[in-house]
Design a protein around this ligand. Structure first.
Ligand code: TYD
Length: 157
């Protein structure tokens, strides 16, 4: 059987040695299990199963006034899973090299964010509830709140 022409492997152009799908970013969307039921849907998470860390802390952000932003910092070690339990908001993530914006609006989709990612939450809808599962207890020393310090750290300065 002949291989369709479009399925033939092609080499990437010199200017783009790594195809985009092979670039590993320190964040990713995760489809969470959804148990559909006429009585209402259910999603359950277990640390080290659906998410790649043991859950040490849970917090949620709610009653966000229109136009307000949360976050605007990075963590030296903390990993998080961010889920829109209700309503919607945007998560903007940035590793110092590239940035991405995700509109989160489903209770069965999480955004996993690894360490050393500048992240901001914005565009909250009126009824939005943002659930965050975190890999460590709260520790202000883990925060990088200065953008300049973040840029210096990711560039190894
Ligand atoms: P912060 O993480 O700066 O909020 P955001 O990044 O969502 O804008 O936290 C705001 C305040 O809440 C700050 O004084 C620390 C406190 N806080 C805790 O006490 N425990 C926690 O788990 C978190 C996330 C924050």
């Amino acid at each position: 059987m002949s291989v369709p022409e479009e399925a033939s492997p092609t080499s990437a152009p010199d200017s783009d040695p790594v195809p985009p799908e092979q670039v590993v970013r320190p964040w990713r969307l995760v489809n969470l299990p959804k148990i559909e039921d006429p009585r209402g849907n259910l999603t359950a998470l277990e640390g080290l199963r659906e998410i790649p860390f043991a859950i040490r802390r849970v917090y949620w952000i709610y009653n966000v006034p229109g136009g307000e932003k949360r976050g605007g910092h990075a963590y030296r070690e903390l990993q998080e899973m961010i889920i829109a339990l209700s309503g919607s908001f945007d998560a903007v993530v940035d590793d110092g090299t590239s940035t991405a914006r995700y509109s989160l609006n489903r209770g069965y989709v999480g955004l996993y964010v690894s360490r050393m990612v500048w992240r901001q939450l914005e565009n909250f809808s009126t009824n939005a509830v943002c659930l965050v599962l975190a890999s460590a207890p709260y520790d202000e020393r883990d925060y990088v709140r200065s953008r300049q310090e973040f840029v210096d750290l990711v560039r190894g300065r």
